[in-house]
Write a protein that binds this ligand. Structure first.
Ligand code: C2E
Ligand code: MG
Ligand code: MG
Ligand code: MG
Length: 285
């Protein structure tokens, strides 16, 4: 009896595993098609200066509108892209598209906007990355400092010596560098000091309950103190309400990003909004 149950369980798990593998393979196939046929989109989420409320820049976030499944979350398809190697063509497309948009905003007279792009481990591992970034900056007549690249702690920790070498080369182009999701990885402080970065992005896991959970408040204020003493700026992720904003601003957080200010939006939506705001400022409406 036990034996039969055991076998049934095995069959059940095997079936479930096969199904998820098949689903993954299907998503991978469709993602490849979406990349090849230009069906991905970028949305952009503003980062706000905590001190004056002005837009510092935007983070580019990839979007995939699947013909039958609807919007597939990047949290689901980015890992598939990483495992299959599709992250390389996808990442190249994101870099190119985000930089083209940065140039468009400049042409529209929106000056000094930094466009941040997420970089995967696979991309950082490519020796060609530096030349690729340089080529794209040149293609759109951008300055290196118009671009910010975000890497997570685990990406930076994967092969620390090589990561440092690559990041230094990117700094040689004057590209800005930030550590994404800070606090969720396990980078040592000694190592952090060696990275040629300018910014830490405090993970939204700590921001969520910042005004009610003393531990989250302590982690956030300690991160701000650490970053500032290392000469780094801090961006808080996932700022959703006024209480979080005022806590972070009171504790010297440099930049804020989250639904309180804006969801990630298509470039045209932000352009339109910024134009209207500029008109409102001029006319005092
Ligand atoms: P991330 O880089 O940490 O991006 C921030 C995520 O937080 C985004 O999720 C954004 O929509 C979400 N977010 C922003 N403000 C709030 C808020 O106030 N509340 C909440 N609950 N969420 C907020 P999204 O767009 O789903 O992206 C998820 C992750 O997928 C990103 O996390 C990043 O790791 C990855 N990703 C997205 N686009 C790209 C890309 O072009 N390349 C690579 N390599 N990874 C990407
Ligand atoms: Mg990011
Ligand atoms: Mg993040
Ligand atoms: Mg995050």
């Amino acid at each position: 009896h036990a034996k039969r149950e055991g076998r049934n369980n095995t069959q059940f798990f095997t079936a479930a595993l096969n199904e998820s593998t098949a689903e993954r393979l299907e998503l991978e196939r469709e993602l490849r098609l979406a990349i090849d046929n230009g069906l991905l989109q970028l949305h952009y989420q503003p980062q706000i200066c905590a001190a004056d409320g002005k837009v510092h820049g935007v983070e580019a976030l990839v979007r995939w509108a699947h013909p039958t499944l609807g919007a597939v979350s990047p949290a689901k398809f980015i890992p598939i892209a990483e495992e299959s190697g599709l992250i390389l063509p996808l990442g190249s497309w994101v870099l190119d598209t985000a930089c083209r948009q940065a140039a468009r905003w400049k042409a529209e007279g929106i000056e000094g906007l930094t466009v941040a792009v997420n970089l995967s481990a696979h991309q950082l591992r490519q020796p060609e990355l530096i030349e690729q970034v340089q080529t794209i900056l040149c293609r759109y007549a951008l300055h290196g400092s118009d671009l910010e690249l975000e890497i997570t702690e685990s990406v930076a920790m994967e092969d620390p010596q090589y990561a440092i070498k690559q990041l230094q080369a990117l700094r040689g182009l004057d590209v800005q560098l930030s550590i994404d999701d800070f606090g969720t990885g396990y980078s040592s402080l000694a190592y952090l000091k060696l990275l040629p970065i300018q910014t830490l992005k405090l993970d939204r896991a700590f921001v969520r309950d910042i005004e009610t959970d003393p531990n989250d408040a302590a982690i956030s204020t300690a991160t701000l103190a650490l970053a500032h003493s290392l000469g780094l700026q801090v961006v808080a992720e996932g700022v959703e309400n006024e209480a979080q904003r005022s806590f972070l601003a009171a504790h010297g957080c440099d930049r804020l990003q989250g639904y309180l200010f804006s969801r990630p939006e298509p470039a045209e939506v932000l352009s339109q909004r910024w134009k209207q705001e500029a008109i409102a400022v001029k006319t005092g409406v």
